[in-house]
Ligand binder design. Sequence first.
Ligand SMILES: [Zn+2]
Length: 339
Amino acid sequence: MSKKIKITLDPGHGEFGNPYPYTKGYFEGTQMWKLAGFLKTELEKRGFEVVTTRPRIIDNPTVDNRGRLAGQNDSVLMLSLHSNATADITQTSVTGSEVFLSVRGREHKSLAEKLLASVCRVMNHNSRGVKERTLDGNPNNDFFGVIRNAANNGCTCAMLMEHGFHTNPNDAQFLTVDSNLRRLAEAEADVIAKHFGVIIETPPYKLTTADARNILRHVAGIETLTLEQVKLYDFNKDRTITTAHALRILRIVAGLDPDAPSSAPTLKVGDRVMIKEAYAGSAFDAVARSTAMIGAERFITEIRTEKGVNFALRLGMKQGDKSTANTTGFAKARGVEKI
Ligand SMILES: [Zn+2]
């Protein structure tokens, strides 16, 4: 059984925290709690374990305790969800999203940038950038208690995302619509899943020869996969399994990739290999593609998760088939180790 990567979500404030000052019905603490729920669902679909600081809408722990929770439960990311407000609430035209990243987590800036870009794209407004804010002039101390306590307890990938301004009528209106919050959740979950490279399926599942044949037919463009099949085979979670993708990876499999390690072991048909998860979907496509090209009855008998970050892939080939070039090349593909 694989160990899941853990993420802590922190819906800011309490249930009735920070009402929209002009229109009844918007509370930052309520809408961010809803957003956290949608995001939790989307992240769990993508294979993460998610902890929230407010399991119930009425929960309202201190910011220190929220941050501390992320450090104590070994989360790889603590994401605090907020909407912004201008100090002078008559400034209703101010809009845009921004993210505050822990000063102790600067190596995670690319994730913060990608998350921010996804939010700005969905909310269709400008980015105010990835920012840092410190306390009392101490450059190593975060201003915001939630990210300060997360970082101080070991979760330095701690960030506070401001989703627009609830003092802006357009932003506030956007954030009151559940379907918009779902779109935000999907976009943010996609970024997080791509960044951490998590694969969905656990516990392990088996692929049969019939499954492999289906994929081949799909790669060859003669069969449309069902949604369920796409979900199963789309290991990199981009919702597509394309021929172009397979062709690109075929070059790696064929040993034509200059980045492939020269020390890669030589494989025999039937060997088991470990594939670093970042390459697993690609390798799978490539196997299917190369099977079509050499016309051999090679089949995949097993793909399963290992430690949450690796796949084991067993290759088989019909007896008497002399085409072993692709399995040899396969060993040279990046991220492949013989086990
Ligand atoms: Zn807030």
